[in-house]
Design a protein around this ligand. Structure first.
Ligand code: FAD
Ligand code: NAP
Ligand code: SF4
Length: 680
């Protein structure tokens, strides 16, 4: 095969069926599973991925019964009537040439529901509900529910099922003494503890016949104290194979683990080595997972023999045509998942439908459609940050004549700052993607060109889109003109040197990122991500053969600078950061001994540093002696062009930071730009 990805694109013969390639679309809850009314959207979402060439799709989790609910009234497959509704999904995927397996997910003690059950009555630290401990008959009932869900999935037209056996859910809970204190045949010895998954798989196989895919997601690395030992993992893998599983998929880390496993700061393919350890122990194909987001990395893993398949979930949200583009030699056109979690996991955890920061069409395929235009317009887009780029390329794709003005010498706006933060190197991929899109869609790009109102008026555009972004907010702190005071732009763009001790004023997203930037020493070369060995050492991840569960004492590198991070609010700094990643940012700075102060008032900045007031009534004073003070005090919209353009009667649209700076992030910027492009 003349392709840079021969291993990735090689078919996988499963005996009774053949997958066209080695890409498994990993299970991702989208929120569309929970109501039948949204099944047409779910079908369209999966069908688009099937057209994009993915080898095997795995749905988001469906509970086998009410006790297994992830949350009340969440997706469940327990009746023939429910199975009938799924035919819309399987039919759509098959019509587009794809294969799809349904994930059976029993939430166990992670169920956000009063009906949750578990091997023992032990509350999860991340859930307010305490599960009910199952009786022996109760355990039997759960197994029967798994088997029933598998048989119904077959009836519904699925090509297989995935049994969720990892991430600390029900099945995983039986395996370790941390959550299983039973003394009957389901607890005690490892043989007893692993009986549940083995029974589930063998009875499932009996029920569904030989020609049906059973993927078992095995927790290879629990990342919690008291997790499975490596010999236990190997023993379970062999037993699951013998019980009739077709593929073993990798699970990494319980949800309550205090080690990041999929965030953008986790190095690419950070856990492929774990799957590799299991190679040779079983004969069925092994699928590896976590932070595999580009075809080169997937190919390398397979070529090295670390696994037989790769699972990608979020990368398929970001680009439905990932496999197709790789196959057609268009890998540079892939819209890469930057592992931000902002529109996928963060949405799911706040009970909103998942989507994708870099691809707002994800899960909105039926509603966000780019129709070709009937009348071609001349449109100016001012500003090539995320908002302007999404809008300009969307408009041009639809057939408009688009002129994109950018004052800087390169596209990207603030993403050029974000990509400089250690652990956010992935943000550069979005700019690579848009560079290609600008060319492919025929946008006329004018770099180093600060658009003026007169020029835009004179050119008589049919529409003008202002995507001019933001400017830093002036905090008006006495003494802020002192030479020791820097803006985040000075720091991140390397415009000015920074001393060994620094006070960062403002603990929002940018304050946290600037602190992260400052505590790191020499930056790795441009384009390389974080170093895996160093990352494992910092977070205390180790070989499960030396320590059960793969956890050891974290040994972070000493910070490059002494940093103090301040805010006026009394709340905990970073409390407003994103749901699924905020804790990582907080833990990461804590590791580097960053001092975090809340409820302060800034008195003045002078030669001796920053003086603050604090205490209940701001009655106390403290001088923080530092070499530099960095201002990260929020942003204001930049819309100097708005008034003159409106006055001249120009048809005007504001998007991204130019529209509203508060609560601005790239998710909103790209979404707004994309939706405007679909409309104009
Ligand atoms: P901008 O990105 O500010 O782009 C505006 C563009 O307009 C600029 O390139 C500017 O040069 C250009 N421009 C202005 N005036 C003119 C003119 N007259 N003519 C021509 N061009 C003009 N967001 C997230 O969602 N997640 C993150 O993790 C994240 N991390 C960040 C980290 C840092 C360090 C920073 C600084 C920001 C981060 N953000 C993050 C915020 C995100 O980058 C912004 O929300 C987003 O870039 C806003 O997009 P925008 O297109 O509205 O504006
Ligand atoms: P921000 O999150 O609004 O934070 C601004 C900070 O400045 C706050 O800590 C605020 O806290 C402080 N502040 C505001 N006005 C001030 C004043 N007059 N004097 C002193 N302090 C003041 O904004 P940002 O950090 O500039 O980030 C901009 C946007 O980029 C954010 O909205 C965010 O969504 C996005 N971003 C996201 C990420 C991410 O990881 N998702 C990372 C970076 C940026 P007090 O008012 O309490 O002092
Ligand atoms: Fe990836 Fe972020 Fe999109 Fe989620 S929202 S799929 S993490 S790029």
């Amino acid at each position: 095969m003349t392709t840079p990805y021969p291993h990735l694109l090689a078919p996988l013969d499963l005996g009774f069926t053949t997958l066209p390639n080695r890409v498994l679309m990993g299970s991702m809850h989208t929120g569309l599973e929970d109501r039948r009314a949204t099944f047409p959207r779910l079908a369209a979402y999966f069908a688009e991925r099937a057209r994009g060439g993915v080898g095997l799709i795995v749905t988001g989790g469906f509970a086998p019964n009410v006790e297994g609910w992830l949350s009340p009234f969440g997706g469940r497959l327990a009746t023939p009537r429910a199975a009938l509704a799924h035919r819309m999904i399987t039919g759509a995927v098959h019509a587009d040439g794809g294969k799809i397996a349904l994930q059976i997910l029993h939430a166990g003690r992670y169920g956000y529901s009063p009906f949750s059950v578990a091997p023992s009555r032990i509350k999860a630290p991340i859930n307010p509900f305490t599960p009910r401990a199952l009786s022996a008959a109760g355990v039997e009932r759960q197994i029967r529910a798994f088997v029933r869900a598998g048989a119904l999935a077959r009836e519904a037209g699925y090509d297989g099922v995935e049994v969720m056996g990892s991430e600390g859910y029900f099945v995983n809970e039986f395996l370790v003494t941390r959550t299983n204190k039973r003394t009957d045949r389901w607890g005690g010895s490892y043989e007893n503890r692993m009986r549940l998954p083995v029974e589930i798989v063998s009875r499932l196989r009996e029920a569904v016949g030989r020609d049906f895919i059973i993927v078992y997601r095995i927790s290879m690395l629990d990342l919690v104290p008291g997790g499975s030992s490596w010999p236990e993992v190997v023993r379970l893998a062999k037993a699951i194979e013998a019980a009739g599983a077709t593929i073993l998929n990798t699970g990494i880390g319980w949800h309550e683990a205090r080690v990041p496993t999929i965030a953008t700061s986790v190095p690419r393919a950070a856990f492929a080595w774990v799957t590799r350890k299991l190679k040779g122990e079983v004969g069925i194909p092994l699928c590896t997972t976590n932070r595999i987001n580009v075809p080169e990395v997937a190919e390398r893993i397979l070529a090295e023999g670390s696994a037989d398949m790769v699972s990608m979930a979020r990368p398929l949200l970001a680009d439905a045509a990932f496999v197709k583009k790789a196959r057609e030699g268009r890998a540079t056109e892939i819209n890469t998942c930057i592992a931000c979690n902002q529109a996928c996991l963060d949405h799911v955890f706040s009970r909103k439908t998942a989507s994708c920061l870099v691809n707002p069409r994800a899960c909105h395929e039926t509603e966000l459609v780019f129709a070709s235009v009937a009348r071609k317009k001349r449109i100016a887009v001012v500003g090539a940050g995320p908002a302007g780029l999404a809008c300009a390329t969307g408009l041009a794709e639809r057939g408009h004549d688009v002129h994109l003005f950018e004052a800087a010498a390169e596209i990207g706006g603030q993403f050029n700052l974000a990509r400089r933060i250690p652990g956010k190197e992935e943000f550069a991929e979005t700019l690579r993607y848009f560079r290609g899109r600008v060319q492919a869609t025929g946008v006329t790009l004018k770099l180093g060109s600060r658009a003026a109102a007169a020029e835009l008026i004179e050119a008589k555009y049919d529409e003008v889109v202002l995507a001019t972004g933001v400017v830093p907010r002036d905090p008006r702190i006495p003494g802020q003109d002192h030479p020791m005071v820097l803006s985040y732009l000075d720091v991140l763009l390397g415009r000015k040197p920074v001393g060994r001790s620094v006070a960062v004023v403002g603990a929002g997203g940018i304050g946290f990122d600037v602190a992260e930037f400052l505590v790191h020493g020499e930056k790795p070369a441009e384009g390389t991500g974080p170093d895996l060995a160093l990352w494992m050492k910092e977070w205390g991840v180790t070989d499960p053969e030396t320590s059960a569960g793969g956890l050891t004492e974290p040994r972070p590198e000493p910070p490059a600078r002494k940093v103090t991070l301040l805010q006026r609010k009394k709340s905990r700094p970073g409390a407003g950061l994103a749901k699924t990643t905020g804790w990582i940012h907080r833990a990461s700075l804590k590791m580097k001994d960053v001092e975090m102060l809340s409820g302060v008032q800034y008195e003045r900045i002078d030669d001796r540093g920053l003086t603050i007031r604090f205490g209940e009534k701001l009655e106390k004073t403290r001088r923080i002696e530092v070499d530099n003070v960095v201002l990260c005090t929020g942003q204001e919209p930049l819309r100097d062009l708005e008034a003159p353009l409106r006055e001249a009667g120009v048809s005007l649209h504001l998007i991204g930071g130019a529209d509203v700076a508060g609560e601005l992030d790239a998710k909103r910027a790209i979404d707004q730009g994309t939706r405007l492009a679909a409309r104009l």
